[in-house]
Design a protein around this ligand. Structure first.
Ligand code: FAD
Length: 658
């Protein structure tokens, strides 16, 4: 019997896959009243996505857990392309390594999606008591358009139903939820990480189904490729399905193929295999199985049951010949047929948002599905968290669709180019063409460029360069990472970690060469403005709303100077850069220097050059909470900078400009 409950929340997230957990991270960090539900009883343990691009690793660093990926994952920097040698054998072309590999502190990593979900879950737990409500399905949806423009209104009503143990985990469906094939997912105690054990064994709380009608101010639909939320909004997925069927296997291979533990491809006249080495001796292989014309269909759809583990294994053996291939351990396998499809919009009324696979699907071979989905969740998460928390103005929500839709289109374009190589037969120029496509899309794919356009969150004039004061600090792009020294103790930190994803905007003063008196005076003048120079004005740190229970102000201030740390002292800097607490003393972590360090080559003192900033004059910028550059200017352009912040943050004090 149903037990109806009514409730309210500020933010409801449907789906606890990579995109939903990313959005939930921000709710946890910013202390937002939020709920997150997933119809499955457990997280993912095996299979699905496994590639992490550099930008995702940078985000993980800002969230505090990239080291866990480094510890468990497999680094993939070089790619090898194996092609027929014309004499019945295979020959290696490569290795190919991107010339831009050192533009990030991190490398492309390979690790199972289940582990990424683990790290996100642990991070959410570390910052809040937000729990994932598993075995809970969203079923009915109502949207009151009249409340759309009222920030205090709850325009969304969703019926949630908790599923009984049997319904959330029907007999025959394995715990990954991906297959009912008994051979498919041989997950067992032996290959389960110990910290996943509690999730693996947890049972549904309820014996019987319960329902709840929940009202929400904002809804983020992260419910995957068959998104229930998207369907309720009547937003279609547009695009084509491909006609090729693929097998994917995660196995511990027994093979004498020399590059079985290296990233690469193996080409054959009938198609190309993608080889992805992974953690725990696993290797993932993407295997072209057959075209849909060869396959029988059920109701016009490909009949997956034709592809068995044995079929995939035999295809690999044919393509790998004369090398051998076999396995005893299969961690996971599946067969799929995916097209490139995208939703025309990712939002309804800037109150309901769609993220991840819910709005873009493509083949997994570009290794971007999970990355793009998490970056969607990351982008919408901080915006909704700050608006729901009364910290940022609701108008910033309009930037989500503008920023992420364009990237999703690029993703599909990349996939169209890349996937074609795997189905066509071997050609003389194929390897070179593959490398060309990788180079064409790598800035986008690795996240070095984000291409976010001008908006209230991104103040820029069109063009790919930054302003003349900071040529490589381009609004709408990520802050190019650099390793810096802390002025007070000489310890080193990458800027990706320094600019922690804690919900705050950051005013970063590139203070220039403060050993010069004139330059220090410019810095002092700027900080006097920021501190509130006369009784009528207030410090910028008191001007904007707090992130309740977390920070007194949604803005933080930092300085990075270009001099040698030995020629300037911590106490030479203005007070706003070294806040003092009578109990805990000074905060030392606001003043940094771009100074070379003899004991660590990554800290080369070349940050200003990398940013295109004059080492003497410096510059000042505002970083958004996701570390994308929002505004850049001269030290004297403080009024312009305050206008930027006033446009996005809620003010607490009706005061004159500093
Ligand atoms: P998902 O991970 O799909 O998460 C959606 C969540 O929403 C699910 O947990 C689901 O239970 C929940 N949900 C759905 N409807 C409801 C509802 N009504 N109520 C409550 N909860 C709901 N990517 C790669 O990069 N490489 C790969 O090899 C690869 N292989 C894949 C194989 C399979 C079988 C699948 C399914 C995906 C694969 N992907 C791969 C894609 C990758 O896993 C996705 O891009 C990524 O998981 C997308 O994350 P997401 O959070 O947007 O969606």
């Amino acid at each position: 019997q149903d037990n109806n409950v009514e409730s309210q929340t500020d933010v409801l997230i449907i789906g606890a896959g990579p995109s939903g957990l990313m959005a939930a991270y921000w709710m946890a960090r910013c202390g937002i009243r939020a709920r997150i539900v997933d119809k499955r009883r457990t997280k993912v343990f095996t299979g699905q996505a496994d590639g992490l691009r550099m930008r995702t690793m940078e985000l993980f660093d800002s969230m505090g857990f990239q080291h866990r990926v480094q510890q468990e994952g497999h680094v993939a920097v070089e790619a090898n392309f194996w092609v027929p040698d014309g004499k019945g054998g295979l020959v290696r072309q490569g290795p190919h390594c991107s010339s831009k590999v050192n533009e990030s502190p991190f490398r492309h990593m390979l690790l199972n999606q289940g582990r990424i979900e683990r790290f996100l879950l642990d991070s959410i737990k570390q910052h809040s008591d937000l729990k994932i409500e598993r075995g809970t399905i969203a079923e009915c949806f109502e949207y009151n358009k009249d409340m759309e423009d009222d920030p205090s209104g709850y325009p969304i009503t969703v019926k949630l139903r908790s599923r009984s143990e049997n319904e959330a985990n029907p007999p025959g469906l394995d715990r990954t939820g991906t297959s009912s094939d008994p051979v498919a997912n041989e997950l067992n105690q032996g290959n389960l990480n110990p910290d996943d054990w509690d999730d693996f064994t947890q049972k549904s709380q309820s014996e019987q189904s319960q329902t709840e009608f929940i009202k929400a101010k904002y809804l983020i639909g992260c419910d995957g490729a068959h998104s229930w939320t998207r369907k309720k909004l009547n937003i279609p997925l547009q695009g084509e399905s491909t006609d090729h069927v693929w097998g994917v296997i995660d196995v511990v291979p027994i093979s004498d193929f020399p590059d079985i533990r290296r990233l690469g491809t193996v080409a054959h006249e009938s198609g190309t295999i993608l080889v992805i080495p992974r953690e725990r001796n696993l290797v993932r292989l993407y295997v072209p199985v057959q075209t849909i014309e060869d396959a029988t269909t059920v109701n016009g759809r490909f009949n997956r049951s034709q592809v068995t583990l044995g079929v995939i294994k035999r295809r690999v053996q044919t393509i790998f010949a004369p090398y051998t291939f076999d396995f005893r351990i299969c961690d996971w396998w599946t067969a799929y047929q995916v097209g490139q499809r995208i939703a025309p919009t990712f939002t309804k009324g800037n109150r309901v948002f769609l993220a991840g696979d819910a709005v873009h699907t493509h083949s997994p071979k570009v290794g971007l599905g999970m990355n793009m989905s998490m970056q969607d969740g990351f982008n919408i998460g901080w915006k909704v968290a700050l608006v729901a928390g009364g910290v940022a103005t609701p108008s910033i929500l309009g930037t989500y669709d503008a920023e992420r839709h364009r990237l999703a289109e690029m993703l599909l374009e990349f996939d169209r180019h890349w996937s074609g190589f795997f189905t066509e037969g071997e050609k003389d120029s194929k390897t070179q063409n593959m490398i060309k496509v990788v180079e064409l899309f790598e800035d986008f794919a690795d996240g070095r460029r984000s291409f976010y356009g001008a908006s209230e969150l991104v103040w820029k004039v069109d063009g790919s360069e930054g302003p003349s004061t900071a040529r490589h600090l381009i609004p709408g792009e990520r802050f190019p990472p650099v390793k810096l020294r802390m002025q007070a103790d000489g310890n080193l930190r990458w800027t990706t970690r320094l600019f922690e994803s804690d919900g705050r905007f950051r005013i970063v003063i590139l203070a220039g060469d403060v050993r010069e008196k004139r330059q220090m005076e410019r810095v002092v003048t700027l900080t006097q403005y920021l501190s509130g120079s006369d009784p009528k004005t207030r410090s910028v740190l008191q001007r904007y709303a707090p992130i309740m229970g977390r920070f007194d102000c949604a803005v933080d201030i930092m300085a990075i100077h270009s001099g040698s740390w030995t020629e300037v002292e911590f106490f030479d800097f203005p007070k706003i850069l070294r806040p003092f607490d009578p109990v805990t003393g000074w905060a030392y972590d606001k003043i940094w220097c771009d100074d070379a360090c003899v004991w660590n080559r990554n800290c080369d003192g070349k940050g200003y050059e990398k940013w295109g900033v004059d080492r003497m004059r410096g510059a000042v910028l505002v970083l958004r909470p996701d570390q994308y550059i929002g505004w850049v200017g001269e030290l004297e352009e403080v009024n312009d900078m305050i206008s930027y912040l006033d446009g996005v943050l809620v003010r607490t004090v009706a005061c004159d400009r500093p």
